[in-house]
Ligand binder design. Structure first.
Ligand code: SF4
Length: 281
């Protein structure tokens, strides 16, 4: 035995938006035994599989087009107006678990669009939240995930900048500086969720206290990638795993201190499993 000291980060685990969506789904599943959900309810396969076993059926927009007279959950990422329109046409009852933070951002973008602003969104192409945001502008806003995608010489003189809620705060402000230095007037809206940006700061503190960090997240989580990099920058001995089977005993030496943390989409029960496994080394 390696006599490892293992601690889970108390601030890791689901953010309130994900807790809200999963509680809503579980209430209905406990009563009805079945519920459709548009897209993965959370970017974590282990948690999605747990809910599928309770009767959750994950569908995509193609399947939604042919679905009639059913209950469909909208997950925390939110949806564009076209989905709400389709639900009316197909007599679908939407259980709207869009995160309040995302809904507020949708409204802000819609207001900017209605005022005629040139809207730029720092976000991941084709990400569900970004599709919902773009929908507020009839898909007219410009989405970019790297500043190199923008031709600064041909940008309007005056733009309104937003961010997907789970992007890196540092990168957002770097982009903001580059745009301003290029002589563009930027109406800057830092719309990064505080659940993400606060966790960024907390994780820097946490990651510095251990010999090794095991970061637990689904591979599809944007927020997972950002927060993993935050840990890795602070502590180079940081490993990314999606489940307890991926941990290797060779990572750790005798008497090492190991910290476990995760994304806003990582369930606490999964981090507990990871801890249990590490304690067997
Ligand atoms: S990260 Fe923030 S915006 Fe996204 S679901 Fe969680 S609370 Fe909502």
């Amino acid at each position: 035995m390696k006599n490892l000291q293992v601690q889970i980060d108390a601030h890791s685990g689901f953010c309130f938006g994900v807790v809200y969506a999963i509680e809503m789904a579980e209430d209905i599943l406990d009563e009805a035994g079945v519920l459709y959900c548009l897209g993965d309810i959370v970017h974590n396969d282990e948690e999605v599989n747990r809910l599928k076993r309770k009767g959750l059926k994950i569908i995509d927009h193609e399947v939604l087009k042919d679905l009639r007279d059913e209950k469909v959950l909208i997950r925390a990422h939110g949806e564009p107006p076209s989905t709400y329109q389709l639900a009316i046409e197909n007599n679908l009852e939407l259980i709207d678990a869009s995160c309040p933070v995302v809904l507020k951002l949708q409204h802000r973008i819609k207001n900017s669009f209605d005022k005629g602003d040139s809207i730029y969104i720092y976000g991941k192409h084709a990400h569900a939240e970004v599709i919902g945001l773009l929908g507020q502008t009839n898909n007219k806003a410009v989405v970019f995930q790297d500043i190199s995608e923008l031709d600064l010489d041909t940008l309007p003189n005056n733009i309104t900048l937003y961010s997907q809620t789970t992007k890196s705060t540092d990168k957002f402000y770097e982009i903001n500086e580059i745009l301003k230095n290029a002589g563009i007037t930027v109406n800057t809206n830092d719309t990064i969720c505080r659940q993400v940006s606060n966790r960024d700061r907390e994780l820097r503190d946490f990651a510095g206290k251990f010999d090794h960090i095991v970061f637990v997240s689904g591979t599809k989580s944007s927020n997972g990638k950002v927060l993993f990099n935050v840990c890795k920058e602070t502590n180079p001995n940081t490993y990314f795993v999606s489940n307890s089977a991926q941990i290797e005993t060779s990572w750790f030496g005798e008497n090492d201190r190991v910290g476990i943390c995760g994304a806003t989409s990582t369930p606490m029960w999964l981090m507990e499993q990871v801890k249990e496994r590490i304690l067997t080394f």
